[in-house]
Ligand binder design. Structure first.
Ligand code: G3P
Ligand code: MG
Length: 343
């Protein structure tokens, strides 16, 4: 009767909403759990009055290791199952670039983990800065190259082959070497080292960045510089040396391409959990950073929730990019309020 109709309505409302979670500052701090994060996922994974799954995905500007590894780590911290199918990190959408470029320089991250990421994405021929230093150490005059680094690198004669594009996947661990190599490639003839382009624009290879955050909060009292500041440095150097503006593509939040990609992931995750590939009507973005999570969600027409467990330290709401659904002490309060409104 009536009760059954009401719960049917609620079930369909539950399938017509979805949550998009920022990770750092919302669910975890690095390797440390934010306790409300675990309860949040328990509720969405079915521990709710309807006993059904409420669709949710993860959208982080994090980077530097394969999706499988990051998801396993996260799932362990949160004690909840998480699938790579519901997970987007900054460089995930860049896998689509693998069909356009044969040989790429992959920059950033620890050790050779970003080489692994690029392999998983299907890039055929991956070069990392160490491969180039091992071939010609004079390229980075102040670099101290260890025996271990030499043993694990893959030097070739880069004056005989072209690199087709530059992919900055994660934070540079050695600005001096990486910036030098990137500047050399940008000024080269079609990505061939030891050459200089005759026409700086038509012969310049493209450069991509996985995200644009200027700063990243760490255990240091003030946030540390991130990929955005690295990019601005390169742009300024390029302009000063060539007189030209550097064209580049940036992924990650708050770039539009990343939100479009997120829509596709939500729709196919709906198919996985509820057997219907559709985009729920009411999407809630939960984030801690007004300048990436909230501005992007607002521009894209999502409901935005700002939490106080991360970057945001302000008053009632952020002045420049206010969250349109509200500000909450933590992620659990945010999802409870959203669920109450929708069901
Ligand atoms: O700035 C990189 C990363 O730490 C941000 O992660 O999950 O807050 O987008 P997230
Ligand atoms: Mg965050």
């Amino acid at each position: 009767g009536q009760v059954q109709d009401m719960s049917k309505q609620k079930v369909s409302a539950a399938k017509d909403m979805a949550f998009v979670f920022d990770i750092d500052g919302v669910l975890v701090h690095g390797d440390r759990l934010i306790p409300e994060g675990q309860r949040t996922l328990e509720i969405l994974n079915g521990d709710n009055e309807l006993g059904i799954k409420i669709p949710h995905i993860f959208l982080t500007n994090g980077s530097g290791k394969p999706e499988e590894a990051r998801v396993a780590q996260l799932s362990k911290i949160l004690h909840q199952p998480i699938s790579t199918e519901q997970f987007i990190q900054s460089h995930t959408p860049m896998s689509a670039l693998a069909e356009y470029y044969e040989r790429v320089l992959v920059v950033g991250g620890e050790g050779y983990r970003c080489r692994e990421v690029a392999e998983k994405y299907g890039f055929k021929d991956i070069v990392v800065p160490n491969d180039i230093v091992a071939w010609d150490p004079t390229i980075a005059p102040y670099r101290v190259f260890t025996d271990e680094e030499r043993a694990t690198s893959n030097p070739r004669d880069f004056s005989k082959i072209n690199i087709d594009a530059i992919m900055v996947f994660s934070d540079s661990r050695d600005y001096a070497t990486d910036m030098q190599i990137i500047m050399d490639l940008l000024q080269s003839e079609n990505g061939r080292l030891h050459t200089r382009a005759k026409d700086p624009i038509s012969q310049r290879i493209p450069i991509y960045f996985s995200q644009g955050d200027l700063l990243c909060p760490t255990e240091h009292p003030y946030p540390r510089m991130s990929q955005g500041t690295f990019r601005i440095g390169l742009e300024a150097m390029y302009k000063a040396l060539t007189g030209e503006d550097l064209e580049r593509v940036v992924y990650g939040k708050p770039e539009l391409a990343t939100y479009k990609y997120a829509d596709e992931v939500i729709a196919s995750w709906m198919e996985t959990i509820h057997n219907e590939e559709k985009l729920p009507k009411n999407i809630y973005m939960i984030g801690d950073n007004p300048a990436s999570d909230i501005i992007g969600g607002n521009m894209y027409g999502w409901n935005t929730c700002l939490v106080r467990t991360g970057v945001f330290q302000g008053g009632d709401n952020d002045e420049n990019n206010p969250a349109n659904f509200g500000v909450f002490p933590n992620v659990l309060e945010a999802i409870k309020t959203a669920i109450k409104k929708e069901l």
